[in-house]
Design a protein around this ligand. Structure first.
Ligand SMILES: Cc1cc2nc3c(=O)[nH]c(=O)nc-3n(C[C@H](O)[C@H](O)[C@H](O)COP(=O)(O)OP(=O)(O)OC[C@H]3O[C@@H](n4cnc5c(N)ncnc54)[C@H](O)[C@@H]3O)c2cc1C
Length: 377
């Protein structure tokens, strides 16, 4: 029972940091939250705030290197889909890429102390997840289904579940988590057309390309997506997810009108995270609090944010890492400005309106704003 939400921190009882497990459980006892309009709204708000303050956002522009000269950071080299390869000079760089990639690939181990290099070498990443996204030809809202998540444990031995995923295996009926977007955000047209339920089934999934029948070279080139072996592994994963989900929703495999699978390789392609994890460093005692990096690094000008940081993973954890790095740069008053009494209670609605989203309003789908909004995404 105590480990019933272990998937939210990605460690079995024998390895999890106890305080992480307790904190996570406590946070759900207070209730869970979902942003109206979906997760994209968080990014859009952040983007709007950056642009309002004169900042610029470049999509499809991965940073290839964080530049270091005379022992301090001097900028980044980007490989932009829009602008080509460019150097952007800056005295401060905040990396949201994961800790291992930041140190080893973006900056280069040569710029860090032996102690840090050894720490990064020892660092263990969290496991990754696979997701089966479904559109179902039934309306759970109309059926009065409760707004809840499900944890499904066909096998009570959690240790075995984590060990199997670490070995690169997907079980016959693995532990799974079901989240139902249609119930969480019932008025959002983007989630699903009327009468259709949008539902996701998630589970631990192997991180290594080999477990998905793919080579590292195929992964890097993107060719893996069309490989027959990968497609077969994806189908097998979807079937396993459906077997687990049918314990809560019998006959679910007969109600599918839309289906899509995201594997750790998909997550790696989109986010660049080591092994495709979204939880950063493993949530074990070795990587708890001071076992995770803070906002400031030993390299002058280099700062960190994201799930590998001390504030932890998940939306709340990584948002907190943003506050922490801002406080590091602008001073401790930032904490008060964000969490002070004056900000308690309902927020004033003086936020600039986002550009209208044609899919979640009654505006015609072909409105001119759409292409612009799509481009921004
Ligand atoms: C399916 C799924 C469901 C989840 N559901 C929840 C949930 O309900 N609640 C919750 O709290 N958490 C949830 N999580 C976890 C949560 O999404 C992550 O912990 C969180 O998003 C991690 O934030 P991050 O900023 O560290 O990394 P990311 O969100 O991956 O952001 C890193 C960003 O950096 C960019 N990037 C990386 N490298 C470079 C580079 N070299 N140059 C330029 N950009 C780069 C990536 O493209 C990405 O946009 C979920 C995760 C998954 C996979």
């Amino acid at each position: 029972m105590l480990a019933g939400q272990s998937g939210d921190y990605g460690q079995p009882p024998s390895r999890a940091a106890a305080l992480m497990a307790v904190g996570l459980t406590q946070h759900y006892l207070e209730g869970a939250w979902f942003p109206k309009g979906g997760g994209q709204v968080l990014s859009d708000r952040l983007a709007a705030a950056i642009e309002e303050h004169g900042g610029k956002i470049l999509l499809c522009s991965p940073a290839r290197r964080i530049l270091v000269e005379a022992g301090r950071v001097t900028g980044v080299e980007i490989d932009s889909h829009h602008l080509g390869r460019r150097v952007v000079r800056a005295p401060i760089v905040i990396s949201n890429a994961d800790y291992k990639r930041t140190v080893n690939e973006l900056v280069g181990a040569a710029h860090f102390s032996k102690k840090t290099v050894a720490r990064v070498e020892r660092a263990e990443m969290s496991p990754a997840f696979g997701v089966l996204y479904l559109g179902l030809s039934r309306d759970l809202k109309a059926e009065g289904h409760p707004r809840t998540n499900y944890w499904i444990f066909p096998n009570p031995d959690l240790e075995a579940e984590y060990a199997a995923a670490a070995r690169g295996e997907v079980g016959h009926t693995p532990m799974a988590y079901i989240s139902i977007a249609s119930l969480k955000d019932p008025t959002n047209r983007r989630v699903a057309p009327p009468g259709i339920t949008n539902l996701q089934v998630m589970s631990l999934a192997p991180s290594s390309p080999a477990a998905w029948g793919v080579t590292e070279a195929e992964l890097l080139s993107g060719a893996y997506r069309k490989s027959a072996g990968y497609q077969a592994k994806k189908r097998a994963f979807a079937e396993a997810m459906l077997r687990s989900a049918s314990r809560v929703f019998p006959g679910i495999d007969q109600q599918i009108v839309y289906q899509e699978v995201a594997t750790p390789l998909t997550h790696r392609r989109y986010t660049g995270a080591t092994g495709g994890t979204s939880y950063g460093l493993a949530h074990t005692p070795a990587h708890f609090l001071r076992g995770r990096p803070g906002s400031k690094t030993e390299l002058p000008g280099l700062y960190l944010a994201g799930a590998s940081c001390r504030t932890g993973h998940g939306i709340a954890g990584v948002m907190m890492s943003g506050v922490a790095v801002t406080a590091e740069l602008l001073g401790g008053r930032v904490w008060g400005e964000v969490f002070g009494k004056e900000n308690a209670g309902p927020r004033p609605t003086n936020l600039t309106a986002l550009r209208p989203d044609p899919l979640s309003s009654s505006a015609p789908l072909a409105s001119p704003g759409r292409a612009e909004a799509a481009q921004r995404r």
